[in-house]
Design a protein around this ligand. Structure first.
Ligand code: HEM
Length: 394
């Protein structure tokens, strides 16, 4: 295991982290990443193993839990009840309650509604060059998740603002201003949802918030704080990654001169999987180690952390032939873009459906779609997504 140096804010790395991943993986599955001060896993086998190993998890062991400064309390109060930050038994209970309300049947039924939304957005595209991220990629996931939860669509801009401010806490470039904005967003978001949840308790509706209120497991309901954190998690997780996955997909297809022919009903699923494999929107998640153990023959101690590089695992030549090549006709094999194991993405069926509807619609309605500017990734590293995707219809 060697020590690697690579700043996560280096502009060349942010635009294309894959050569770094390939060079590291060629030397072995695990390396110490100096800038993060922890071991990082680069191979598919190592990443998949760690995601599934229950002796590791997202929640810090009590003796390692960071002391939260008072000024960040609002943000971490929301995180404290988020299933994404918890392990069994609380994680199991929260996840099961959410899955009861978030059924695949309900998700599958959303197809026609998503298609109609895409049509409305495309009708509004301007004649000249425009940025596809705010005009299309950004709108679909936030409106869909707002509708599912039962939050008014007119709140979409507030939801986007709160969510952007909160997820900025996970980026490599975190400043006191970013922290203050995230805390303000967390308390405004929670206050809005608290009012909303109270209203739904007295006036139930046909939406996810009402179902979450009603969801019961062994007589246990979600507490109001858990409900609020769950809604915030679904709203934040439910759109940030999908926006970037869609944007990265459009960029890749246009750069390769591909479009409607790889998005036909018989090909669209494989094309979306290849987009998610080749250029995933989330590149790094970490795990705490709960007991002394070995990973790929390397010893770890309780309290160590390990970084799992999903973007590197997805281009492992042990699993995919010519992994750097974007090839929508390759056989689909499970990639790590949605994680695996206990925290496997709850929203994967919804994200896949949104992309399987939004991409064919876009290319069918805009057959001459072309890039008019070189797309650039935002300088955030963990969120590997475009800051602008300027295109023209023809
Ligand atoms: C392309 C889009 C998406 C990608 C790439 C993605 C990726 C991921 C990944 C990698 C994880 C696991 C993190 C870990 O193991 O540490 C995760 C968890 C999660 N995702 Fe997604 N996600 C996407 C869309 C969505 C959507 C649309 C929703 C909800 C509507 C959602 C909700 C969640 C939730 C609730 C969790 C936490 C699950 C748990 O802790 O048990 N995601 N996602």
């Amino acid at each position: 295991m060697s020590t690697l140096r690579q700043s996560p804010t280096d502009p060349a790395f942010v635009q294309d982290p894959y050569p770094f991943y390939a060079a590291a993986r060629a030397e072995g599955p695990l390396h110490h990443w100096e800038e993060y001060g922890m071991t990082a896993a680069f191979s598919h086998a190592a990443v998949a193993h760690c995601l599934k190993d229950r002796r590791m998890g997202r929640e810090a062991p009590p003796e390692c839990a960071p002391v939260i400064p008072e000024r960040l309390r609002a943000f971490y109060e929301v995180e404290a009840h988020s299933m994404l930050e918890l392990e069994a038994p609380r994680h199991t209970r929260l996840r099961r309650l959410v899955l009861q309300a978030f059924t695949s049947r309900r998700i599958a039924g959303l197809g026609p509604e998503i298609a109609a939304l895409c049509d409305t957005l495309i009708d509004g595209f301007p004649e000249g060059p425009f940025d596809l991220i705010p005009a299309y990629a950004n709108r679909i996931p936030v409106i869909v998740i707002a509708r599912l939860l039962g939050v008014p669509e007119s709140m979409a801009d507030d939801l986007l603002g709160w969510s952007n401010a909160m997820v900025a806490m996970y980026q490599a470039r975190r400043t006191p201003e970013i922290e203050a904005a995230a805390c303000q967003a967390a308390s405004d978001f929670a206050a809005f949802l608290r009012g909303y949840v109270e209203e739904r308790r007295t006036r139930p509706a046909d939406d996810l918030i009402t179902q979450l209120i009603a969801a019961e497991e062994d007589g246990e309901r979600l507490s109001t704080d858990e409900l609020i954190s769950t809604c915030i998690l679904l709203l934040n997780a439910g759109h940030e990654a999908t926006v970037h996955a869609t944007g990265n997909g459009v960029k890749t297809l246009l750069e390769h001169g591909m479009g409607a022919e790889v998005l036909t009903p018989d090909r669209v699923e494989a094309t979306v999987e290849e987009i998610l494999r080749h250029d995933p929107p989330l590149h790094m998640f970490t795990r705490w180690i709960y007991e002394d153990l070995d990973v790929m023959g390397r010893p770890f101690r309780r309290g160590d952390r390990i970084a799992l590089l999903l973007g590197a695992a997805n281009r492992d030549p042990q699993v995919w032939d010519d992994p750097e090549v974007f090839d929508p006709s390759r056989p689909v094999k499970t990639n790590t873009s949605f994680g695996a194991g206990a925290h496997f993405c709850v929203g994967a069926p919804l994200a896949r459906l949104e992309m399987q509807v939004a991409l064919p619609k876009l290319f069918a309605r805009c057959p001459g779609l072309r890039l008019t500017e070189m797309p650039r990734y935002a300088d955030l590293y963990h969120f590997h997504g475009l800051e602008r995707l300027v295109v023209a219809r023809g």
